[in-house]
Design a protein around this ligand. Sequence first.
Ligand SMILES: Cc1cc2nc3c(=O)[nH]c(=O)nc-3n(C[C@H](O)[C@H](O)[C@H](O)COP(=O)(O)OP(=O)(O)OC[C@H]3O[C@@H](n4cnc5c(N)ncnc54)[C@H](O)[C@@H]3O)c2cc1C
Length: 379
Amino acid sequence: MKDIEKERLMIRAAAEKTARRIVQPRAAKIDAAGEFPWDLVEALGKQGYLSLLLPESYGGTDGDLTSFCIVVEEIAKVCGSSSLLILSQGLGTLPILLGGNPSQKDIYFTEISGKNRLTALALREPEGGLEASSIKTIAMKQGKDYLVNGRKGFITHGSLAKFYSVFAVTQPEHGAEGISAFVVEDGTPGLLFGNKVEKVGMRGSITADVIFEDCRISQENRLGDEGEGWKIARDTINMSRPVIGAQAVGIAQGALDFAVRYANERIQFGKPISSFQAIQFMISDMATRIEAARALVYKAASQIDGKLKDTEELSAISKYFASETAMKVTTDAVQILGGYGYMKEYPVERMMRDAKVTQIYEETSQIQRWVVAQQLLKH
Ligand SMILES: Cc1cc2nc3c(=O)[nH]c(=O)nc-3n(C[C@H](O)[C@H](O)[C@H](O)COP(=O)(O)OP(=O)(O)OC[C@H]3O[C@@H](n4cnc5c(N)ncnc54)[C@H](O)[C@@H]3O)c2cc1C
C-alpha cells in the first residue's frame, strides 16, 4: 500500500475515534441548545482538524482534499453541526491558500493553527445568484487602503470568526475581472454582524450576516492581484463541493447505521422488523445510494488532488448526488423507525434536518445540475 493511502487510513481511524469519543456525546445537546460548541473548537483544534488544509509546516495536510473529506465524513456520521465547523473552517481558509502571498499565509496560518482561530467564507450576498454580477459589496481604493461597504448573507461562523475571506467589487466596469478577494479581521472598525439566524438543522453552527460599513482595510489584506477574486471564489467553490458531498455521505451513513440497529431490535408481528422484505429493500437501497455517493465524492476529490483539468463536472455531480442521497436516506431512516423516528429522542430526525441544507448551501442542487450541463455542453 502506498504511503499516502496508509496515511489516509490512519486519518480515517483517528477521525472515527474522535467522532465516537468526543463529538457524539455532544451532538444531541448542541442541536437542542442551538449554541455554538466552543468546547469542540478546542478539542477539534487539538486534533488538527481546524487547520487540515494548511501546509504541513502549519500542521496541515498540504491541501489534501481527500483527507479533508475523510475527516468531514467521519464527524458528520455523528454530528452534522460539528462537521460543518470543520468544513467551514476549510472554506474560509481556501481563498488564503489559493490566493495569499507567503507573508499573508504566514500571518494567518500561524494564528489559525496555533490559536484555533476560526475563519469564514463571506461570498454570498442577500440578493444571491451565482454570477459575478451578484456581488454588490464594493471595495473602493483610497491610497493604500480599501473602503469596504456591503453585506454578505447567511455566513457560517459570521460573528465568531477571526478571519473573513471576503469578495468585493474593486473595478465595477470589469465584471467578473473586477472582483477582488480580501481577508478582513474581526475587530476592524466597520465590520459588523447581523443577528444569528434560527435554522431548521445544523443548529450548532452559527449563521449570521456580515456587514461592512465604511470598513477600512489595508491593501496588504488583498489576496492576489486586483481582479483575481472571482477566480479564487470559483476555485474555492469547486474544491468545496466534494467536501459537502463527504458531509452528506457521513450524515446518510450515520442514519443508515442507526436504522439498521433499530430494525434488528424492533419487534413487530413477533419478529424483528429487519426480517420484513419491505424493510430489507429500503436498507439495501439506502446502502447502494451511499456507496455510489461515496465513490463519486472521493473520485472528485482525487481529481482535484491530482490537479487534473476540468474537474468542475465531477465536483458538481458529487455534491448533487451525495446531497440528494443524504436527504433520501435520512428520510427513509425516519420511516424505518416509524413513530420513534419522528421523535427527538432518536437522532435520525436531527440527521434529516441536517441533511436538508447540503442540497442548498455552496449552491443548490439545481445549480449543480446547471454546472454539469454547462460543462457537458461546452465540448
Ligand atoms: C446554513 C447555511 C449556511 C451558509 N453558509 C454560507 C457561508 O459560509 N458563506 C457563503 O458565502 N454563503 C453561505 N450560505 C449561502 C448559500 O450558499 C446560499 O444560500 C445558496 O447558495 C443558495 O443561494 P440563495 O439562498 O440565494 O438561493 P437562490 O439562489 O435565491 O435560490 C432560490 C431557488 O431558486 C433556484 N435557482 C436559483 N438560480 C437558479 C437557476 N439559474 N436555475 C435554476 N434554479 C435556480 C435555487 O435552486 C433555489 O431552489 C449559507 C446558507 C445556509 C442556508
